[in-house]
Write a protein that binds this ligand. Sequence first.
Ligand SMILES: *[C@@H]1O[C@H](CO)[C@@H](O)[C@H](O)[C@H]1NC(C)=O
Ligand SMILES: *[C@@H]1O[C@H](CO)[C@@H](O)[C@H](O)[C@H]1NC(C)=O
Length: 349
Amino acid sequence: MTQMLLSTAVACATVAAVAAAVMVWQKFHKHSHCDQALVLLYEFRHACATPLYVLRHISEHVALEMQAGLNQPGGSQLMMLPTFIEKLPNGCEKGLFYALDLSGTNFRVLRCLLGGPNARVIKQEYEVVAIPRALLLGTSEELFDFIAQRLISFIKLEGPEFQRGHNWNGHQIRELGLTISFPICQTSHNTGILIKWTEGFKIADGINDTVGTMAGGHYWNDDVMVGVILGTNTNACYVECNLPEDIQTKSGKMVIYMEWGRFWSSHLPRTYIDEQLDNESVNPGDRGFEKMTGAMYLGEIVRRVLARMAQEANLFGDSVPTKLKQPFILLSNGPSCQSGGLCTASATQ
Ligand SMILES: *[C@@H]1O[C@H](CO)[C@@H](O)[C@H](O)[C@H]1NC(C)=O
Ligand SMILES: *[C@@H]1O[C@H](CO)[C@@H](O)[C@H](O)[C@H]1NC(C)=O
């Protein structure tokens, strides 16, 4: 829950930092609009606040929605999608693994030699490939041909240090995993996506980045039960141990994908700025939580607060800088970002 609200705090802190810097400068230059800007800043900070009782209300609401969504598909703001994944890596895995990580505009290919509980990750290499724009607009066959070609070139560069044992009839065994950070349809966990892969590969899995994040955490610590993405958008998944009757697994557990960007609760600390941003968006009233936390919106929230301070407290002098009036001119890449501008975090139960 604390993590859920991390991004709101980041927006708040950024505004505070920018405003403080400007105000210090103004104090130094004996300007007198500071007090008014400070009042606006305190108002905003107050409206963003998440004291413990607010967090408790929100977590109770999330828990209610989770239960409702589990009991009845479509019965909640949260999608609560079953992933049909019941086992997560636990550090005992051995062998040579390849992974493809597809995001909207690029993909990462990675090879990794795993040595089991004591040796863990022996060696790892990866490459990020930008997907040409034309291919993004073309057919999926062309796109996947391109990805397969790049995968082949990457495999050709595999050094002998990766080929330690794990042979079958004299052939090196390589396993391939796939994470996808855009929506796919899934009916059961090996049939998410249909791709004709190159020979010599066995498709291990097709999962998305949220589940991939949790699996990565679980590899190192098997108490990890939750995966949270705080990136351009926000999402979460977790291991459910009380499955409804119609989606049972052997172990009685399954990873549930929450799709919580649409979550909304009157307990969320929604400011005037959040409301304004939502009103002026293309989908007012939808994806409320995402609009308050996603990196896609954080820069815009900061801009709106600064624009208001410029307007009402002359923060930047007598007029509002023209650039500051331009929506989405401030971009944020999220709190701590990996190559793809994707922020990941995992938590233990
Ligand atoms: C993640 O996985 C779920 C369930 O498999 C799927 O429905 C959802 O669209 C995926 N989301 C993303 C962002 O890939
Ligand atoms: C947002 O829209 C609602 C409904 O149209 C309106 O009542 C509210 O005042 C608007 N809020 C802001 C901050 O623009």
